[in-house]
Design a protein around this ligand. Structure first.
Ligand SMILES: Nc1ncnc2c1ncn2[C@@H]1O[C@H](COP(=O)(O)OP(=O)(O)OP(=O)(O)O)[C@@H](O)[C@H]1O
Ligand SMILES: [Mg+2]
Length: 282
């Protein structure tokens, strides 16, 4: 091969790497999610499109039962599209283990309790142990590192889940989701059920992890404080699709009855103050 061909090949490789670096982390096109219930098809998503660019913290909001958790499960590959495509990091979303940790996507489930019979350390290490290819001491060190990364002291490593507070359980679940260093993190109601102090602490942790690890985050939350503190974009699920996907300020101004009630109701006013105080950007 001549010099010219070599140069062209190198240029093409650089261009491909650049394109991959700027490609969206999640691309959903024309998604239909359908469940068969007692002989009837129930359509949850109909022709839904969603793009999540790299490095964003995108928050999905929508009414209860509108299909937010199902959408996260589609991204994880736990649900199968009836029609349409779900692409994650350039590949079709594939089925992952139920523990919410893979090398591509980490997941904090909405009702995701820890394994109650396992210690904190064993919960965090679960996915690495499943790989059955690393020595025990390495797995232990990796899990301890993650424990500290989520702001917990090593002395908690041998506690059982029943001995932890709600905030600590969320942190351990987060450490478990991050054990394989996935570039994409999915969070389903991460601050639900936490008292305001624990909720603030968890938001601060998520914000610093997002910055330090360069994560892309897709989060579902009803909590407006959490939403305004963390989101760089907000996507609203209504009428079985994403009706708007934009920075928080633009979404708040989007004319739709759900958005009006969600953001401009009484509790929304207080959270809007937060938007003015903490205009969070990537
Ligand atoms: N495996 C399933 N089989 C049948 N129906 C399902 C299944 N999973 C979800 N659904 C239905 O899909 C709809 C959307 O559920 P989903 O859990 O995504 O709602 P959500 O927006 O997350 O609500 P919430 O805010 O209450 O968590 C609901 O009507 C639910 O009953
Ligand atoms: Mg849900």
């Amino acid at each position: 091969m001549g010099d010219r061909e070599n140069t062209l090949e190198a240029v093409a490789a650089v261009a491909a790497a650049e394109a991959a670096a700027h490609a969206p982390v999640v691309e959903i096109e024309g998604l239909w999610s359908v469940f068969h219930n007692a002989g009837v098809d129930v359509v949850i998503h109909k022709d839904l499109d969603l793009v999540v660019p790299r490095g964003e913290v995108l928050t999905i909001v929508g009414g209860s039962g509108s299909g937010k958790t199902v959408l996260l499960r589609q991204i994880l590959g736990l649900n199968t599209p009836a029609r349409g495509t779900v692409t994650v990091l350039g590949k079709p979303a594939e089925r992952l283990g139920a523990h919410g940790a893979s090398s591509r996507v980490g997941m904090l489930f909405q009702h995701g309790a820890l394994f109650s019979a396992f210690t904190v350390l064993d919960n965090i290490a679960f996915a690495l142990r499943e790989l059955k290819c690393l020595p025990d001491d390495l797995i232990r060190d990796a899990a301890l590192l993650k424990l500290q990364m989520v702001g917990l002291e090593v002395r908690h490593a041998h506690k059982m889940p029943a001995e932890l507070s709600g905030g600590m359980i969320k942190r351990v679940a987060l450490a478990r989701a991050l054990i394989m260093d996935p570039p994409l993190l999915l969070l389903d109601e991460p601050t639900a059920g936490l008292d305001p102090d624990s909720s603030d602490g968890f938001c601060t942790l998520l914000r610093s992890l997002h910055r330090e690890l360069g994560l892309t985050v897709v989060m579902v939350t009803h909590d407006l404080d959490t939403l305004f503190e963390l989101s760089t974009r907000v996507a609203v699920v209504a009428d079985q699709r994403i009706i708007v996907n934009a920075p928080p300020r633009e979404v708040v101004a989007f004319p739709h009855p759900f958005i009006h009630d969600f953001f401009l109701g009484e509790r929304g006013q207080r959270a809007m103050e937060l938007l003015r105080e903490y205009p969070f950007t990537v």
